[in-house]
Design a protein around this ligand. Sequence first.
Ligand code: SF4
Length: 359
Amino acid sequence: MTVHGLIVNLNNYKVDNKWGEYSLDRGRIALDFKALADEVIKGYGITNEEAMQILECPDEEILELLNSAYIIRKHYYGNEVKLNMIINTKSGACQENCGYCAQSRDSTNPIEKYRMMQKDEIVEGAKRAYQLQSGTYCIVASGRGPTTRELHQVTSAVKEIKEKYDLKICACLGILKPGQAEQLMEAGVDRYNHNINTSENHHDAITTSHSYQDRVGTVGKVKEAGISPCSGVIVGMKETKQDVIQMALALKELDADSIPVNFLHAMEGTLLEGTDELTPVYCLKVLSLFRFINPTKEIRISGGREVNLRSLQPLGLYAANSVFIGDYLTTAGQEGTKDHQMLKDLGFEIDYVGSGRPV
Ligand code: SF4
């Protein structure tokens, strides 16, 4: 039995038209996702209960949920998709103990290990980003944070790339020491990524060699230096649904411009090896949740896209408006040409702001 026309009071915002329906069969309030999306566009911040309903909605409601997330995504970004390409400029031998990471001191995964690349190699990678029509080139390095020499190698490469290509540069080099954010800013770095990874509550179950506050502090530092902050999460690390909601709310609080949502691809030899708790439909619910909580932000489907969303990858772009193209840090991604075909098939267009075309 279903009772329609329920009056719902949300944070003193009284909705007197049909907002939801109460299903006695299921004993739950089923949200009208579309009405909620319209309110989000008007500035409404969804409650914890509504967030939980998004994550717990029955799988058969996924298209309704995605359609509502798409209403928000389309309002702010139309049908455009931002492409981002990563270069791993320094791999492995990290002294931190992040449980998901094959580069960590505790991982036995036989990944390729190498020191920070020379400037020319980093500049050469920008050419590949250009060929893939990526708007953003992400320069990433393993480790707790950059040494003075490593920072110099990155900043000198960034200066040269900026002269050659119309690319946005995102750096991801770990925890920054005082003054380093300013040096990156002066070199021309547009964005700095430092993921919160998980909720504050769950952080210590994932790593103990640095704190949640270390991560949040670095996001604050880059923002103060005038660099656009990028910070995201890894879902599927044995966190609760409440942790997932807390991550999305924390990023709203941090006002991260760009939010990469990774889905754990648990690699052999890592502390989280064997963790495989995500379904493609749940990943879509997570992406929708991030869109509802951070409606105006660039939400990027990131690492683990291929193995976790599998055949449902295209549907993710109805909630997210950004993807990585090419390989990830230690795992191979889908061929760039397949991603371009996917966008074409969806009728989406590549966002050409900073398209990588030579200046
Ligand atoms: S995520 Fe970064 S800091 Fe953590 S172990 Fe991997 S490379 Fe080191």
